[in-house]
Design a protein around this ligand. Structure first.
Ligand SMILES: *[C@@H]1O[C@H](CO)[C@@H](O)[C@H](O)[C@H]1NC(C)=O
Ligand SMILES: *[C@@H]1O[C@H](CO)[C@@H](O)[C@H](O)[C@H]1NC(C)=O
Ligand SMILES: *[C@@H]1O[C@H](CO)[C@@H](O)[C@H](O)[C@H]1NC(C)=O
Length: 408
């Protein structure tokens, strides 16, 4: 009798134990299942469009400009052990599709993203049809630096930007082989975009400009887009430049018709009928456009191939492509003038370079106030917001004179 009861107890006990083991097993299985569900819900995709995220896996908190960006799982890293057999061929062919659904995080924290041009332009071409944003939108100005490598005047720019976080975004396109830091100041960290080799006067220059525009378009808060070089300086403080750009009813792309070898002489008759000689225009490379024109430039499949195929040195696409495109398609949206002062008075293919001894109060005042132009239908003497070319040795004079002449 006692033995029977003991055996029954033993049986019940082992049953409980079995249930316990099953329960634990089920729990573990469930946890693994939940982990393997991909993390790309609709909302995540939306945010990754608004702010292209960096890879902060190793150096979180390096970028103070996008504090809302959190650690991301590098979910799109290709599997390391793809065997070259037919059993795994399905996985290999599926791989590019996965990449195009979620942008890849940047390979290094110096870069803003790691998209290919094809992915980048496709993403940037999207336009929201609902005007009201689900976030509080403060219009921003995108400062796009097209440089070779380092930005020697960055201390001046850093002083210019300081205190205006949230009103600007910075993008930097360097030569791809440049290693090192573009600038040490915090606002320049993590702002490089993937780049290709740029050759002076060739179509690769326009390609780099389009790459900068596309990267800046990914941030829906950017409303105005300025192209700058490492030799450019701001001529006014941030608040003056910001309100000038944000409140302007027109864009600032220099655009004129010029006779002679350096104007109409660069036109190539093979461009007909897409571009005729009468539509051909010239203008400074250093442009300022709004969101609408930026989109038109990066989505253009009509004029760009013509320039790529027929405008080769001594035809310089960077001086003709955007001015001609705007002249044909959107002449009423543009003011036909540039915001970037440059001195061509000494002649030659390159403008004058200002060094340490030439930077004076008189020079800067002349750049600020030397000409007259129209702004929103009114005459003004504030025609240039930026100036070039300043060589690195001019930095200390500029820093010295900035408070007095440029109010920053
Ligand atoms: C592997 O698959 C491809 C097409 O998917 C086929 O053409 C080829 O013959 C296959 N190779 C082998 C060894 O089965
Ligand atoms: C910016 O410069 C303008 C003159 O261009 C000046 O009136 C204004 O006070 C300056 N703003 C700041 C914040 O220093
Ligand atoms: C700008 O130039 C005009 C005409 O030369 C002059 O009357 C005006 O005082 C100048 N303004 C400044 C701020 O220097």
């Amino acid at each position: 009798m006692k033995k029977d009861i003991r055996q029954m107890h033993l049986k019940t006990l082992s049953l409980y134990f079995l249930i316990l083991v099953c329960g634990i097993g089920l729990g573990v299985t469930l946890i693994f299942c939940l982990y393997s569900i991909p993390l790309n819900s609709k909302q995540k995709q939306f945010f990754s469009l608004e702010v292209p995220y960096n890879n902060f896996q190793h150096q979180s908190g390096l970028n103070p400009i996008n504090p809302q960006v959190t650690n991301q799982k590098d979910s799109t890293t290709p599997p390391t052990n793809i065997a070259v057999t037919n059993t795994s061929s399905k996985r290999v062919t599926e791989e590019p599709k996965e990449v195009s659904e979620t942008p890849r995080p940047a390979a290094s924290s110096a870069f803003l993203h790691s998209m290919t041009d094809e992915e980048l332009f496709w993403r940037a071409s999207m336009v929201p049809r609902i005007r009201k944003t689900p976030f509080k939108k403060v219009p921003k100005v995108a400062f796009m630096f097209l440089v070779r490598g380092r930005l020697p005047l960055s201390p001046l720019w850093a002083r210019f930007f300081r205190g205006y976080n949230g009103f600007y975004s910075i993008y930097v396109h360097t030569q791809p082989y440049f290693v090192g830091e573009v600038a040490p100041e915090p606002m320049f960290q993590g702002r490089r975009i993937p780049s290709e080799v740029v050759t002076w006067g060739e179509i690769s220059m326009v390609e780099a400009e389009r790459r900068l525009l596309a990267s800046a378009l990914l941030d829906f808060s950017n409303e105005r887009f300025v192209l700058l070089s490492e030799a450019c300086i701001p001529l006014y403080n941030f608040s003056t430049i910001y309100s000038y750009l944000i409140n302007s009813r027109k864009t600032f792309v220099e655009c004129y018709d010029q006779d002679g070898p350096v104007g109409r002489g660069r036109y190539e008759h093979n461009m007909e009928p897409v571009v005729t000689l009468k539509q051909w225009r010239k203008g400074s490379q250093w442009f300022e456009v709004d969101r609408h024109l930026a989109l038109e430039v990066i989505c253009d499949k009509k004029y760009y191939p013509v320039f790529r195929d027929y405008c080769k040195p001594a035809c310089y696409s960077d001086e003709h492509y955007i001015p001609t495109l705007l002249n044909i398609e959107f002449p009423m949206e543009n003011s036909d003038r540039t915001l970037t002062y440059v001195d061509w008075s000494k002649g030659g293919p390159h403008p004058y370079k200002f060094g340490k001894w030439e930077v004076t109060v008189g020079l800067l005042k002349h750049m600020q106030n030397g000409t007259q132009c129209m702004y929103n239908g009114e005459p003004t003497r504030v025609c240039f917001l930026f100036a070039r070319k300043f060589i690195p040795s001019s930095l200390f004079r500029l820093l010295e004179l900035a408070p007095e002449v440029m109010h920053f």
